[in-house]
Design a protein around this ligand. Structure first.
Ligand code: SF4
Length: 410
């Protein structure tokens, strides 16, 4: 959307530079995301009375009437209208009229091509390859907000990555809502692994990171082909959500704990020192102490580098919101704390393995003479140096670890 405004001759500015138009791209993944979206919309209007405030994205898509009734918002747009945002805002500027309703996301049959995004990144760029999800996990609103799976054409992805490489960007992160589905809706016979093989050949790109990988796609053959691509980073985010089969069934996840464990074994076999992270939901309806215990034991065994722990929050319109035996807030909080402690402990142990050993870091930014960036397996490293290290891959030897970051000098 920013790119579209730039192309139409607008100037992008920071929120404290008194903008004429403010676009808030909302999220609805949790109740907290909804709340934050509402708070932000009100805050930007309070601080920029004369600005046109536009709410757009997933929260608007699933709660249009509610969002529209917030008086601080001038224009509310769903996910389909993103492509026409400039025209809609310009019409509003002329006659103060917004659109009457938003389009149903399920009518979208093809990936909405917004074009290349090349204006802001210097080191690491996010490349979106698909949208939507057909899975309908019982707690999740995303299929309602994003619609069914739509894959981006391979040639458009390759074109964007080639442009990015020419700008000197070295790392790309492949994202989507459910990237394992990539290609399933395209006429052309193309799968995620084939796309990655093509991207691996683009000159200038040195690292390819997968944003999140659904466990169901990881077979022996997939991992073997993936491991032959030298640019693929040995870091994978595999959403587990629960380490108890009964809970997984109620969540409508499509794997069992033993299948998930097999995936972990395969990745550990093909990728040296692989860094595995995950998402876990605690306090899913009906999660008993015994079920949580099973999850905890499973997580202890798998030893993820980092776990993003979410306390279950019912999303109106999903099957899980109506399930019996909703779990008390205090219980969720206790379970969450327990998993966060385990995650911090795992991260500490993993990071310490790299003390006094050389590591390669792609430097992304500098703050007060300290450069920072990530290793290929996504450990944050801070480097004290007077040299200009911007966007370089350097070798350093960390000597200490503080707050889950490694520190070195150059
Ligand atoms: S796989 Fe499940 S959790 Fe992920 S977006 Fe689809 S429905 Fe939501």
């Amino acid at each position: 959307m920013a790119q579209k405004f730039l192309e139409a001759g607008y100037h992008l500015c920071k929120i404290d530079e008194k903008p004429d138009i403010v676009i808030v791209n909302t999220c609805t993944v949790t109740n907290i995301a909804d709340r934050k979206s509402r708070q932000l919309l009100r805050k930007v209007k309070e601080e920029n009375e004369n600005a046109i405030v536009v709410a757009v994205g997933c929260y608007v898509q699933v709660a249009y009437e509610k969002v529209k009734s917030i008086k601080e918002i001038d224009i509310s747009l769903g996910n389909v209208e993103k492509k026409d945002i400039v025209t809609i805002v310009e019409n509003y500027k002329k006659n103060k009229e917004s659109i009457a309703s938003i389009a149903d996301i399920n009518q979208e049959k093809e990936y909405l091509e917004l074009g290349s995004v090349t204006f802001s990144e210097k080191t690491r760029a996010t490349i979106k390859i698909q949208d939507g999800c057909n899975n309908f996990c019982t707690y999740c609103l995303i299929p309602y907000a994003r619609g069914r799976i739509r894959s981006r054409k391979k040639e458009n992805i390759i074109e964007e990555v080639t442009e990015i490489a020419q700008k000197g960007i070295k790392e790309i992160v492949i994202t989507g809502i459910h990237i394992a589905s990539y290609g399933k809706d395209l006429e052309e016979d193309v799968q995620l692994i084939a796309l990655l093989e093509d991207l691996n050949q683009i000159q200038g790109i040195q690292r390819i990171r997968l944003g999140s990988l659904e466990p169901t796609i990881v077979t022996e053959d997939f991992a073997k082909r993936l491991s032959k691509l030298e640019k693929i980073c040995n870091q994978f985010h595999l959403s587990l959500q629960s380490g108890c089969d009964e809970t997984l069934k109620r969540m409508n996840r499509k794997y069992s704990c033993s299948e998930f464990k097999k995936v972990v074994q395969i990745l550990r076999k093909y990728f040296e020192d692989v860094n595995l992270t995950t998402d876990i939901i605690v306090g899913f309806p009906g999660e008993t102490e015994e079920e949580f215990k099973q999850t905890y034991q499973f997580l202890k065994e798998i030893k993820f580098y980092k776990m993003h722990v979410f306390k279950y929050s019912p999303r109106e319109g999903t099957p899980a919101a109506k399930m019996p035996k909703q779990v008390d807030g205090n219980v969720k909080e206790k379970r969450s704390q327990k998993l966060i402690a385990l995650s911090n402990q795992n991260q500490d142990t993993y990071n310490k393995k790299y003390l006094n050993k050389p590591v390669e870091v792609l430097i992304e930014e500098k703050k007060e003479n300290i450069w920072s960036g990530y290793t290929k397996n996504y450990i944050k490293v801070c480097v004290a140096s007077n040299l200009n290290l911007e966007n370089q891959i350097i070798s350093v030897t960390p000597t200490k670890e503080v707050d889950q970051m490694l520190f070195a000098e150059k």
